[in-house]
Design a protein around this ligand. Structure first.
Ligand code: GLN
Length: 197
């Protein structure tokens, strides 16, 4: 989806692979597995240091929440719609847009509480399913599984907006200068593991 929108995409599995990136997607998959592996590889610490825009989808939303990395001020309840058989698709209302957004919910989390900083961008039956907190965009569904590119466009707008700003100069000559324009992608393997679960 990001490549189709013109972004350069790389996969991130180790902390040093975050260096020089202008944005990050924490994909869907299995948050318990992510949490364990992120701790093992030190990717949790690296994510806490990462300052670029982040898109978290489904399990990605869970690991960013208050009870995990604590980067987004919301509480997501895992598997809150039930087991795999309770996975579903639904048309969502997207803020400021007449066209409904098709949401694919796969053993999706539900937002149980969201802090005042959170902006709700899409709802399903009055419940927030797409939210923004500054540089963080989180979705309880899988926006990469339809042909609709609007959520990824929103993410890339933030990435490109920040990249367009002049670098912040610190005391060192290269401080604040971003190396390249690569954006890591969702990991297809993680997604499919979950789909089969
Ligand atoms: N059920 C998964 C979890 O708890 C999330 C599902 C998904 O990412 N599609 O992490």
């Amino acid at each position: 989806m990001l490549r189709r929108l013109g972004a350069e995409v790389v996969e991130v599995r180790k902390p040093q692979q975050l260096d020089g990136l202008e944005g990050l997607v924490v994909p869907g998959g299995e948050s318990t597995t992510f949490t364990r592996l992120m701790r093992l590889y030190g990717l949790d610490e690296a994510l806490l240091r990462f300052t670029g825009p982040v898109l978290g989808t489904c399990a990605g939303m869970i690991v960013l929440d208050r009870n995990h990395l604590g980067l987004v001020d919301l509480e997501a309840e895992r598997n809150a719609y039930g087991r795999q058989v309770a996975s579903f698709e639904a048309d969502l209302e997207l803020a400021g847009d007449q066209r409904p957004l098709r949401g694919v919910f796969i053993r999706a989390p539900r937002v149980r509480e969201a802090g005042p900083e959170l902006e709700v961008l899409a709802e399903r039956e009055g419940e927030p399913v797409l939210l923004r907190q500054g540089r963080f965009l989180v979705a309880s569904f899988h926006p990469e599984l339809t042909e609709d590119t609007r959520v990824h466009e929103l993410f890339l707008e933030t990435v490109r907006g920040r990249a367009a700003q002049p670098p912040v100069r610190g005391s060192g000559p290269v401080e604040g200068v971003r190396g390249n324009r690569e954006v890591p992608s969702a990991d297809a393997t993680n997604g499919s593991v979950n789909v089969r679960a």
